[in-house]
Ligand binder design. Structure first.
Ligand code: NAD
Length: 475
């Protein structure tokens, strides 16, 4: 039993150690994979409101077994080296698990973005990007950031523009960062990608009846009661899609200023609109509000989705968590100590390195799009439609010939004729990735008696792939 709570990085290391103990890695390779290669700390000044403000930022590179390395940039007051290194390590395992050809990295800036005006944030972001880019810590071939907590399309567009200004002849400059807006080299479906990935992950879980049984659940997502923590980018999209498209009921929403609870279900879009207007969930009419938000993590539900920040399920509250299934939409929401408690009580955890990999998967598609300088589907869409037209023409001929005996289903023609656009292709690639990665984890889980949970299974699959890359490099 883990007595004291380890730090976030120690937690990730403990989970890593649990997996490698069941593997047969060559001597020394385990240590090489585990350690973080380098962490760069930068302190820079920006003149704002008549005085110089000094900011501290980090960019950590965990593993360069594949390059570029990839990982988001987070803006939060609590950002620190331990956190950034833990997140960079998770990126290595995440990319390996979903077969995105990247090493792991992560960045962070100690800042509360809500303390600054938009034009001030732009100045700060551009200066941070300059400091990283001049050391190749932002670079299309070496290090490619993306959004994370507190950052989004807007910040990524500033970073891309800053890099382009510093590298005016680099034809691939746009590939230096992902998560950009569509009009600045982004890709359709990136904003929703991580939440969409959580939805696809749960759908795949429910396609495995044996796994569903381990969680003491039955059936499909339809009617399942879900509590979500954090209605930001990831939590909002996951909760919205699961309720609008899969029939799940969002019974609880936990935010900074407390939690909403309604056993009959809460309309996610209405809560999101409420937060935009009022700055928090307090006062939302169609649910009971409790100021002690974190306590709602312990309410009865079928699925718990922590989608805000790390360490929210710890040795302090793990034993009281009643959800039989937890999907880690955030990075590191369950500490190593809590993980052990949950395993012992039979809770099934779909781990972060898989559950939130939708973001990096679609980032990979965006990077490929930027390097190929063409939108997905541009070449083949109309050709695909023309071929489908041939089939429809033949079916219409048959329809006329058979008269009343047979006719085409009314919307078949319209649905079948339409060639896939970029968004559909991105969703299809994401769905395929999430399904395949789940299958590799689940297979590992069930094929060995000593692998008793999905997290260990995911780590083994990922570490094995990283080890193969190192071996291929002669390390
Ligand atoms: P975000 O900033 O868009 O949203 C975070 C949300 O959590 C906000 O609504 C915030 O108000 C809420 N929150 C903050 N502190 C809280 C608290 N104590 N209790 C309840 N709610 C709180 O961030 P995001 O991009 O959605 O990221 C959330 C998590 O998902 C992070 O762990 C991040 O690392 C992870 N993640 C994000 C992406 C991505 O593509 N954005 C990809 C992979 C993983």
């Amino acid at each position: 039993m883990i007595q004291a709570e380890p730090s976030f990085r120690e937690s990730v290391d403990l989970m890593f150690n649990r997996a490698v103990a069941l593997m047969d890695l060559p001597p020394g390779l385990e240590e090489k994979i585990r350690v973080c290669n380098a962490t760069y700390t930068v302190r820079f000044g920006v003149r704002l409101r008549g005085q110089v403000h000094t900011f501290t930022g980090y960019r950590s590179v965990h593993s360069e077994h594949m390059e570029p390395v990839k990982g988001g940039i987070r803006y939060a007051p609590e950002v620190n080296q331990d956190e950034v290194e833990a997140l960079a390590a998770l990126m290595t395992y995440k990319c390996a698990l979903v077969e995105a050809p990247f090493g792991g990295s992560k960045g962070g800036l100690c800042i509360n973005p809500r303390d600054f005006e938009e034009h001030e944030l732009e100045q700060i972001t551009r200066r941070f990007a300059y400091e990283l880019a001049k050391r190749d810590l932002i670079h299309p071939a070496q290090n490619v950031p993306a959004p994370d907590m507190g950052t989004g399309e807007r910040e990524m567009a500033w970073i891309a523009d800053q890099y382009a200004r510093m590298n005016t002849t680099d034809i691939n400059a746009r590939a230096c960062v992902t998560g950009k807006p569509p009009n600045a080299g982004g890709i359709a479906g990136r904003v929703e990608a991580t939440g969409r990935g959580v939805q696809y992950a749960l759908r795949e879980f429910f396609r495995h009846p044996d796994d569903v049984k381990v969680a003491k659940l039955k059936g499909t997502l339809d009617g399942k009661r879900i509590i979500v923590q954090g209605l930001g980018n990831v939590g909002y999209h996951a909760a919205k899609f699961l309720s609008e498209e899969d029939g799940a009921l969002i019974t609880g929403i936990i935010e900074r200023d407390g939690a909403l609870f309604n056993p009959k279900g809460i309309n996610v879009q209405e809560v999101r609109n409420w937060i935009t207007r009022h700055g928090g969930v307090t006062g939302f009419p169609d649910a009971t509000h409790s100021a002690e938000g974190a306590a709602v993590l312990e309410e009865e539900c079928d699925i718990l989705i922590p989608a805000a920040l790390e360490g929210v399920i710890s040795i302090e509250n793990a034993a009281r968590i009643r959800a039989p299934l937890i999907i880690e939409a955030a990075n590191g929401p369950i500490t190593a100590g809590a993980d052990q408690i949950l395993r012992e009580k039979g809770t099934v955890v779909i781990p972060d390195l898989y559950a939130n990999a939708g973001g990096v998967t679609v980032s990979y598609f965006e990077w490929v799009k930027n390097l190929s300088h063409i939108r997905f589907g541009r070449l083949q869409r109309r050709q695909e439609e023309a071929r489908h037209q041939l089939v429809v023409d033949e079916l219409e001929r048959l329809d006329r010939y058979l008269g009343d005996a047979w006719s085409m289903t009314p919307d078949f023609k319209q649905k079948y004729l339409r060639g896939a656009d970029e968004l559909e292709l991105v969703r299809s690639g994401l769905d395929d990735t999430m399904r395949t990665a789940y299958q590799s984890m689940s297979e590992m889980w069930h094929s060995r008696d000593d692998v008793t949970d999905l997290r260990t299974a995911g780590f083994i699959v990922a570490i094995d792939r990283v080890a193969s890359s190192y071996r291929a490099k002669g390390i």
